[in-house]
Design a protein around this ligand. Structure first.
Ligand code: AQP
Length: 321
C-alpha cells in the first residue's frame, strides 16, 4: 500500500493544512508512502520566484519538523522531467471539458485577469503526481476530492486504451478537520493565500499571535454551544479545531465547554501546545542549510527510482520511444 500526498508552497503553511493533512501524514506513514512539496503547483498564479524558493524550503522543513520520515519526503521540481513528461501523456487522455469542470479552477480563476493556462491544467499535473508513484491511497482534505476522482478516471482510461500501467487510487478523507474554516469568515476555508490573514493561523505564528487570532474568531449571537456546522459555522469550526487537537469528537466537546470565551481559550491553548515543538524544530532545520539540502537530495534520488519504471512504461505504451 502506498499513500501519497503533497502540499503547495503558495504561502506559509496554515492550521488547516496542518490538521487536515500534514499532521495526519506524520501519524500514519508506512515505509512505502511519499510526501512532497508541490512547488510546480505554486506557479499557477502570479508568483515571486525568490519567495517560492524560500517557501519551498520552509514547507519541506515543516514536513520534517512534524515528524514525517525524511526518507519519504521530496520536492516536486527536483523531478521536473518525470512530472512534466507524465503530465503531457495524461493531458493526452484528459478532455478539455473535464479540466474546465474542476471547482478549484472556477473558484481560483474568478475575478482574475490574465488567468494562467496552468491553472486550468494543474489538476492533470496533480494526477501525474499521484499516478507516477503508483499510489493507491491519497489522503487529502475535502477540497481536493474532485482531483482524486480525475486521477481515477484518467488512470482507468489510459489502462483501457493503452494497457495496464497505472494503479487506480482511492481518496482518503480525514475523520475530523477535513475543512478548517477561516476564523474571520467561517463561510470560507482557511487558506495560505487568503487576502486577509487575520483569520488564518500559520504554523509558524508565535503563540501570542495565535492567541489573538483565535480570540477574535467570528462566532454568532446565539450564545448556544452545540455542534451545528450549518447553523453555527464559526462555533463548529472552533470545535473541530479543538477536536482535531485533542482527539475527542466536536459534539462531545460542545457539551463540555460552558461559553464562547472558554471555548476560544481552550482552542488557543490546544493549538499553541500542538504547534510549539513544530515551530522550534522548523526554525532549527531552516538554519541547518547543509542538512536540509542533504535530506532534499536523498529524497529526490529515492523518488526518481520509484517514478522512472512507471513513467517509462507509460511512455512506451503511448507509442513513445
Ligand atoms: N482549510 C483546510 N482544512 C483542511 N485541510 C486543508 N487543506 C488545505 N486547506 C485546508 C489540505 O492541506 C493539504 C495541502 O494543501 P495544498 O497546499 O495542496 O493546497 P490547498 O488546498 O489549495 O491549500 P491552501 O492552504 O488553501 O492554499 P491556497 O491558499 O494556495 O489555495 C491538502 O491535503 C488540502 O486538502
Amino acid at each position: 500500500m502506498t499513500s501519497l500526498s503533497g502540499i503547495t508552497p503558495s504561502g506559509h503553511v496554515q492550521l488547516g493544512n496542518y490538521l487536515g493533512a500534514v499532521a495526519r501524514w506524520a501519524r500514519a506513514t508506512t515505509p512505502d508512502d511519499l510526501y512532497f512539496v508541490s512547488d510546480l503547483h505554486a506557479m499557477t498564479s502570479a508568483h515571486n520566484p525568490a519567495k517560492l524558493r524560500a517557501l519551498t524550503r520552509e514547507t519541506l522543513a515543516i514536513l520534517l519538523a512534524v515528524g514525517i520520515d525524511p526518507d519519504l519526503v521530496f520536492v516536486q521540481s527536483d523531478l521536473l522531467a518525470e512530472h512534466a513528461s507524465m503530465t503531457w501523456v495524461l493531458e493526452c487522455v484528459c478532455t478539455f471539458g473535464e479540466a474546465r469542470r474542476m471547482i478549484q479552477f472556477k473558484e481560483k480563476s474568478q475575478g482574475q485577469s490574465g488567468v494562467r493556462l496552468s491553472l486550468l491544467t494543474y489538476p492533470v499535473l496533480m494526477v501525474a503526481d499521484i499516478l507516477l508513484y503508483g499510489a493507491d491511497k491519497v489522503p487529502v482534505g475535502a477540497d481536493q476530492a474532485q482531483h482524486v476522482e480525475l486521477a481515477r478516471t484518467l488512470a482507468k482510461r489510459f489502462n483501457t486504451q493503452y494497457g495496464e500501467v497505472f494503479v487506480v487510487p482511492e481518496l482518503v478523507l480525514p475523520p475530523a478537520a477535513a475543512r478548517i474554516r477561516d476564523l474571520a469568515d467561517p463561510t470560507r476555508k482557511m487558506a495560505k493565500s487568503a487576502r486577509n490573514s487575520a483569520g488564518v493561523v500559520f504554523v509558524l505564528d508565535p503563540p501570542d499571535l495565535i492567541q489573538r487570532k483565535i480570540g477574535r474568531a467570528v462566532t454568532d449571537g446565539l450564545g448556544r454551544l452545540a455542534y451545528d456546522p450549518d447553523g453555527q459555522p464559526g462555533v463548529a469550526n472552533l470545535l473541530e479545531i479543538l477536536a482535531a487537537c485533542t482527539g475527542e469528537s466536536p459534539a462531545d466537546l460542545a457539551e463540555q465547554v460552558k461559553d464562547y470565551a472558554s471555548l476560544k481559550s481552550a482552542v488557543a491553548e490546544a493549538v499553541i501546545e500542538e504547534l510549539r515543538d513544530v515551530r522550534k524544530r522548523t526554525v532549527e532545520l531552516i538554519d541547518d542549510r547543509t542538512e536540509l539540502d542533504r535530506i532534499r537530495a536523498a529524497g529526490a534520488r529515492r523518488a526518481r527510482e520509484r517514478a522512472r519504471p512507471r513513467l517509462n512504461g507509460a511512455l512506451r505504451m503511448a507509442g513513445l520511444g
